[in-house]
Design a protein around this ligand. Structure first.
Ligand code: ZN
Length: 179
């Protein structure tokens, strides 16, 4: 309740901002950064509805999004490869908070998806690396809670070409592959 030897009335926050000399300012800062050679080409690919990665010549890992160097071998990744976009859900969460930190009445399902590498045969553990972070649609929160989504086969749902801007959001979400 305050310091008893110093009687007085505490200012409310609203009153505080009405004092002379207080300036309210909302910074309007804009940032830009270079995506770099590898990611720039990846983003260009998304605009065309293609998912591009780079393969390590030493260990064969395919990086999506692409990296200029292999994190395991430190070898420069030279070869560009295109992946189909199909893959499996590695992990998922139900989120009631939007990317703008607003409360959502209808939750979003966010997942890490391991895309199949080119030449995936369905038998071996052939995935790109490290797994793409995106929204899942066509599944219910219960499917996440029960663990049913784990390992589910999914594919990208693309925005129509005229709405693509060269961003990861050119993919609307990943949806289950039926059958
Ligand atoms: Zn490697």
């Amino acid at each position: 309740m305050g310091e008893p030897r110093l009687p007085g009335t505490y200012l409310k926050e609203k009153e505080m901002y009405q004092l002379p000399g207080i300036v309210e300012h909302r910074p309007d800062a804009k940032y830009s950064f270079s995506a770099g050679q590898a990611v720039s080409r990846f983003l260009e690919g998304l605009k065309q509805g293609r998912i591009l990665g780079k393969r390590c010549p030493r260990c064969g890992r395919v990086y999506v999004p692409p990296r200029s160097y292999c994190e395991y071998c430190f070898a420069p990744t030279a070869e560009w490869v295109e992946v189909s976009g199909e893959g499996e859900v590695n992990t998922a969460v139900v989120s009631y908070i939007s990317t703008f930190r607003e409360r959502l009445e209808e939750p979003e399902i966010i997942a890490v998806i391991r895309l199949y590498a080119p030449g995936y045969t369905g038998k071996k553990d052939e995935y790109e690396f490290p797994g793409i972070f995106h929204k899942l649609c066509g599944v219910k929160p219960e499917d996440v809670m029960s663990g049913r989504v784990i390992g589910m086969r999914v594919r990208p749902r693309w925005k129509p070409p005229e709405r693509r801007v060269g961003s990861i959001t050119d993919i609307e979400c990943f949806e289950p592959v039926e059958g």
